[in-house]
Design a protein around this ligand. Structure first.
Ligand code: SF4
Length: 555
């Protein structure tokens, strides 16, 4: 039976068919729906991990114990996971380990446009890049096979367009029982204990494996040559579809594996065409290698290095006429800025901070919209958890300049609950330990709202809405060394309570933490449909009382 699936749903299908035992990751657009689809399949375990580094380590541990593991994250999440990623290439795997990096050309929902193909080159692991949902499913299965055959983690790269576009996936049978890798912890310290003496040996292994992979990709079925006319195009991923539409008579080398590149295949293809183009979104990764081999081609001299491609972009780059439809640029479309949902509790905190004219060190989440009208209250935003650590850095310099405690109380930080768990707690510990001053506000709506309301360690639920433990702010802060009077938990919809807490905390020395507990109205809408809204509201209200100490009473 055929099925109409998004790229993300197809990856989940491919992973299940491959007998994946563990799926884990941190939610981040455009990768989130992979695990949300995977949880619907039987016979496997899924989790939202607290961050991408943790997720990759969970996946590597599962692999060493004999369970195939799928680890998902958006492109910037790979920055967080880079530490275990690079060394996991040295240890290799037992059962297959596939890491999905979902890149975001044009930054539809991201703070930068990094091209994660560079990670495959730098960390020396193979990377698949499918063009369609059908390939996303197939390449996921191939990625697990390649991982085990060559004892390496394998990247699967998608972009927003593939992750969220739907396509026909053939021969879907959800009644099968996928074969599983044999389970058993592989005790092999020279392979898995990366002390320098072992790592030096494995370093040689990494290069030998890469040399072998260079041979494998020359004939791997993921790399396909389509022979037509004298114009030749090397491409990969979603741009393949645009090439077929804009240059239907061109010969095409479609690379399904973008690292390592098949040198001889590319040389032969280049020799068989009169003019060679490399069509790749973002950085000239393929083009640079092709030129390094001494092959002439057109790449970034013709196509842009910034932003997502489309048939229109390719036609404009090649000087070809656009089809006769009305170009979007000719339409009068009123500009609409994104904004918080009506009724979002974050607005109450924003109003209080704005009324006091505070400098706000911001973070990643819905609340980053606080930089826009009507609030205009955010002054910095860089990466997950940076609100607290950057406010810390500012506090140091302002103190060096002789500013009093009262003057430095002008700097605050805001961070959401999921981001706080992801990488805010380490910054909080660092600030307390280093005896800094600062007011840090956790905008706690008990969910990872920006990516569609996934559970996190502040939700009282784990993946699949299963009741679980909950971080208690007072106990956490006390354990980290903060006096209890420096912690406040207030109703995020109560402006008067937020105002009073901010003013009172501003008078206290040291690090202060204010948790504004509310409910995401978008999540509430969904909970109302499933009849779970009253339960969540009751749980949120319980958090405002001293009765809440770490564990849900109904967990
Ligand atoms: S999704 Fe939730 S947290 Fe995000 S703006 Fe809307 S109400 Fe606020």
């Amino acid at each position: 039976m055929r099925a109409l699936l998004s790229g993300n749903e197809a990856i989940a299908l491919g992973a299940w068919e491959a007998g994946v035992a563990v799926g884990c990751g941190y939610p981040g657009t455009p990768s989130t729906e992979i695990l949300e689809a995977l949880i619907g399949y039987p016979g496997l375990y899924t989790e939202w991990s607290v961050n991408e580094k943790v997720a990759l380590e969970v996946g590597l541990g599962a692999s060493i114990a004999g369970g195939r593991a799928l680890v998902t994250m958006k492109h910037v999440g790979v920055n967080v996971a880079a530490d275990p990623l690079f060394t996991s290439v040295y240890t290799g795997v037992n059962a297959g380990l596939v890491v999905v990096t979902a890149d975001d050309p044009s930054m539809h929902s991201s703070q930068n446009e990094q091209d994660n193909r560079h990670y495959a080159v730098a960390a020396k692991l193979p990377m698949f890049e499918p063009s369609t949902p059908a390939e996303a499913r197939l390449f996921t299965r191939w990625a697990f096979e390649l991982s085990e055959q060559h004892d390496t983690p394998v990247f699967l790269r998608t972009t927003t367009r593939l992750s969220h576009s739907k396509g026909v996936v053939p021969e879907v049978d959800r009644t099968i029982t996928p074969a599983k890798h044999p389970v058993g912890v592989d005790q092999n310290p020279p392979k898995y204990v990366m002390i320098p003496g072992h790592a030096r040996v494995r370093r040689v292994e990494v290069e030998a494996r890469l040399a072998e992979l260079r041979r494998v990709v020359e004939t791997h079925p993921a790399n396909v040559v389509e022979r037509r006319g004298g114009v030749g195009v090397i491409t990969s991923g979603v741009p393949y579809s645009y090439v077929r539409e804009v240059l239907p008579d061109a010969s095409v080398l479609k690379l399904g594996i973008v690292h390592p590149l098949p040198e001889q295949l590319i040389r032969d293809f280049a020799a068989s065409v009169e003019t060679l183009y490399v069509v790749e979104e973002l950085d000239p990764v393929i083009e640079t290698q092709v030129r390094a081999w001494g092959l002439g081609c057109h790449g970034k001299d013709t196509f842009p290095a910034i932003g997502e491609f489309s048939p229109e972009v390719l036609r404009a780059s090649l000087g070809l006429p656009q089809p006769g439809s009305v170009a979007a640029g000719d339409l009068e479309v009123p500009m609409r800025l994104p904004g918080l949902c009506a009724g979002c509790p974050h607005g109450h905190v924003f109003n209080v901070l704005r009324d006091r004219g505070l400098f706000v060190s911001g973070d990643i989440g819905c609340y980053s919209l606080g930089v826009l009208p009507p609030y205009r209250i955010m002054d910095t935003l860089v990466d997950m958890g940076a609100s607290i650590t950057m406010a810390h850095g500012m506090d140091i310099v302002l103190a060096q300049a002789g500013q009093t405690h009262g003057q430095r109380a002008h700097v605050s930080a805001v961070i959401g609950d999921s981001t706080f768990a992801h990488s805010g707690i380490t910054g909080l510990l660092n600030a307390i330990w280093n005896k800094r001053d600062g007011l840090y506000v956790v905008l706690d709506n008990g969910t990872t709202a920006m990516t569609g309301a996934q559970e996190n360690p502040l939700s009282g639920e784990r993946m699949g809405h299963e009741n679980s433990t909950h971080v208690d702010y007072v106990l956490l802060c006390r354990a980290l060394g903060m006096p209890e009077q420096n912690v406040r938990i207030v109703d995020g919809n109560d402006t008067a309570a937020i105002s009073a807490a901010v003013d009172e905390l501003a008078t206290l020395p040291g690090v202060k933490l204010l948790a504004a507990v509310g409910l995401c109205v978008m999540e509430a809408k969904e909970l109302r449909k499933t009849g779970k809204l009253a339960e969540k509201k009751a749980w949120r209200e319980l958090q405002l009382t001293a009765a809440c100490r770490g564990v849900r009473t109904d967990a």
